[in-house]
Design a protein around this ligand. Structure first.
Ligand code: KIV
Length: 267
């Protein structure tokens, strides 16, 4: 399997569609990597999938750094992208640079941040400093309070044009790829056709160069998922079955098996 880097992702445009996922720990990152996933995002969705928050807003840089280090230790071939959480790049560009540097020192190959034209100065500064940036436009979950919920964006002609302008601007600022989240499929396809960089869609139809799915959604670890998600497995049911079989067997004295003393063994 080949090692994915930023140049390889750029080179995939128009050649190979990339199925990319999130991961937040070494176990699932290793499994995704061994399965040929090209890009693994340590997303701020960790707040909702693993930390029990209702939005991504409470996620801290420390949460992302610890998860990024775990993912990077487990991955051999995938490109590892660390999400910049809310607050890590809104309080001045110097602070944002420090946080992005910390993400790369933790093992990330690139960072992702939300916003279009308003973050282009920062994207330019990061890319000039050798920090590859994957941009994120359309529905940007860190703006949930502005939207009043996780709502599809770009539905009017004016809003669609603003998202188009954001996508062009982040490309011009040096981003090597751009996430298009929850926008109309036609708009995502038009942006994809007009940009030279890879578009990674999520809830944006099949006209993008690549797709994200949140790992917990794809694996069916979450019972409720957004309507655009396809569950490729139903692990929540399997996990519940396994836990309750274990609890029942311990209660019944069936586990551990009786008789014989195999002695203490290392794992
Ligand atoms: O944090 C996240 O999971 C994301 C998605 C776009 C994949 O940003």
């Amino acid at each position: 399997m080949k090692k994915w880097n930023v140049a390889a992702v750029r080179g995939a445009k128009g050649r190979t569609k990339l199925g990319c996922v999130t991961a937040y720990d070494a176990c699932f990152a290793r499994l995704a990597d061994e399965s040929g996933v090209p890009v693994i995002l340590v997303g701020d969705s960790i707040g909702m999938t693993a930390l029990g928050h209702a939005t991504t807003l409470p996620v801290t840089m420390e949460d992302i750094l610890r998860a990024t280090a775990a993912v990077a230790r487990a991955v051999k071939n995938a490109l590892v992208v660390a999400d910049m959480p809310f607050g890590s790049y809104q309080c001045g560009d110097d602070k944002a640079m420090e946080n992005a540097v910390a993400a790369l020192k933790a093992g990330a190959d690139a960072v992702k941040l939300e916003g279009g034209e308003r973050v282009c100065g920062l994207i330019r500064r990061m890319t000039e400093a050798g920090i590859p940036v994957l941009a994120h436009v359309g529905m940007t979950p860190q703006s949930v309070n502005e939207y009043g919920g996780f709502k599809k964006q770009g539905k009017t002609a004016e809003a669609a044009e603003a998202i188009f302008a954001d996508a062009r601007a982040v490309e011009a600022a040096g981003a090597f790829a751009v996430t298009l989240e929850c926008i109309p499929a036609g708009l995502a396809a038009r942006i994809t056709a007009s940009l030279g960089i890879v578009t990674v869609g999520i809830g944006a139809g099949n006209g993008c160069d690549a797709q994200w799915l949140v790992m917990h959604d794809l694996l069916g670890l979450n019972d409720a998922v957004p309507s655009f998600v396809k569950k490729y497995a139903f692990l929540a049911d399997e996990v519940r079955k396994a836990f309750s079989a274990y609890v029942s067997e311990v209660a019944a004295g069936a586990f551990p098996p009786s008789g014989g003393d195999s002695g203490p063994e290392a794992r």
